[in-house]
Write a protein that binds this ligand. Structure first.
Ligand SMILES: Cc1cc2nc3c(=O)[nH]c(=O)nc-3n(C[C@H](O)[C@H](O)[C@H](O)COP(=O)(O)OP(=O)(O)OC[C@H]3O[C@@H](n4cnc5c(N)ncnc54)[C@H](O)[C@@H]3O)c2cc1C
Length: 343
């Protein structure tokens, strides 16, 4: 076991959250250490560069119109961005009731409106205070859909878009309260699912990973150690002692754990965090999503006056979107796979 003699003021994880936390601490001239399990910074923002230079983003890529903190980093670092989709005038297609149509089906829209009206009642600071919070927390989103007076097709479509498209989960894996809270925190269904003025408004040319790289460039004086997964945290009133999988030991006066809750639950804490808090971390699952890129020579969908955006009701892919970066040589459609192939 190697004991790092340096005493840090704060030790944190990496990814956008950890890097942003480190930047917030910069004015205080503290000795900050970032420990990162992976061999690179950036966490769930990750580029793959194809042989011809086309960049596909394997993780988080869209920056919403309302994502003010992310936008402030993009502006600060003078990164180029573009609005999506790249060719907005084309039609969006929907696979619905065995047919391909080019308008959001009215019966599904009615169901969305019923759901959206409920999201307006949610207090984002205290979602548990809603008079129906307990009831909604005790039923799954699937259960709520089943209870609605709507066609099976409408339920299937709305379920796949809200649970799959937005929360990367199956309708049976999220509570109704979670679905409402998530959509409410995105200012409603329309904003959550839209490109223009919605959560998918911008992409950064070169990928969101570029933001993380620039953040690191701004962190001169902060130690960053890669390939250093934290496995044990011993803490008391005075300091935290952190052990890594490589048997290294670090000490800091404070600790910020900027990793997904389910991964934070894999760390051994002494003293224990207590069953309630630990249970919360363990029961905070990430989404089950696969992001798939299809690379083409040309934008064939534009020739048919389509936008490249498709919502599918059957099969593994739930939605496909045009993910072509105007500056890249290739045309790209990106699809998402969540939950079950059919719901
Ligand atoms: C496929 C996909 C698509 C997405 N699309 C979008 C999108 O378009 N728009 C959007 O806003 N969001 C999107 N997201 C979500 C977005 O990427 C994340 O919310 C964001 O990157 C989370 O950043 P973070 O710093 O909180 O966590 P992370 O990025 O997960 O960073 C945590 C870091 O901690 C490290 N770590 C984990 N455990 C340990 C340990 N024990 N010790 C040390 N280090 C550890 C990890 O390696 C990682 O680098 C997407 C996510 C995925 C996976």
């Amino acid at each position: 076991m190697k004991n790092n003699q340096t005493k840090y003021d704060v030790i944190i994880g990496a990814g956008f959250s950890g890097l942003a936390a480190a930047l917030r601490l910069k004015p205080y001239k503290l000795k900050v250490l970032i420990l990162e399990a992976d061999d690179d910074i950036g966490g769930r923002s990750w580029n793959k560069v194809l042989d011809d230079g086309t960049i596909v983003e394997l993780g988080g890529q869209w920056v919403g119109w309302q994502h003010q903190r992310m936008l402030s980093f993009i502006n600060k670092y003078k990164l180029q961005k573009y609005t999506t989709p790249p060719f907005p005038e084309g039609k969006t297609l929907f696979q619905y009731n065995g047919k391909i149509i080019d308008e959001f089906p009215e019966e599904a829209m009615l169901l969305v409106n019923n759901f959206d009206n409920l999201t307006k009642e949610i207090d984002l600071e205290k979602p548990w205070m809603h008079p129906n919070a307990k009831l909604w927390d005790n039923i799954t989103f699937e259960h709520w859909l089943e209870m609605q007076d709507a066609t099976v097709d409408a339920k299937k479509m709305v379920g796949r878009i809200i649970a799959g498209g937005l929360l990367s989960r199956d309708t049976s894996h999220i509570s109704m309260l979670q679905a409402l809270f998530y959509v409410a925190s995105n200012a409603g269904f329309d904003v959550a699912t839209s490109s223009e003025k919605g959560a998918q408004h911008y992409r950064v040319i070169g990928g969101s990973y570029k933001i993380a790289r620039k953040m690191v460039g701004d962190l001169k004086g902060t130690d960053i150690i890669l390939n250093e997964p934290v496995t044990v945290i011993n803490y008391d009133q005075e300091c935290a002692t952190v052990l890594s999988m490589n048997n290294n030991v670090y000490q800091g006066k404070y600790l910020i754990i900027a990793i997904p809750p389910v991964l934070a639950s894999k760390i051994h804490y002494h003293p224990s965090l207590g069953s309630q808090y630990y249970g919360l971390l363990q029961n905070f699952p990430g989404g089950d999503a696969l992001k798939v890129h299809f690379v083409y020579e040309r934008l064939f969908w534009i020739e048919d006056n389509n936008s490249g955006n498709v919502y599918l009701q059957e099969g593994w892919l739930t939605e496909v979107t045009d993910n072509t970066t105007p500056s890249d040589p290739h045309a790209i459609l990106t699809g998402f796979i969540y939950g079950k192939p059919e719901m």
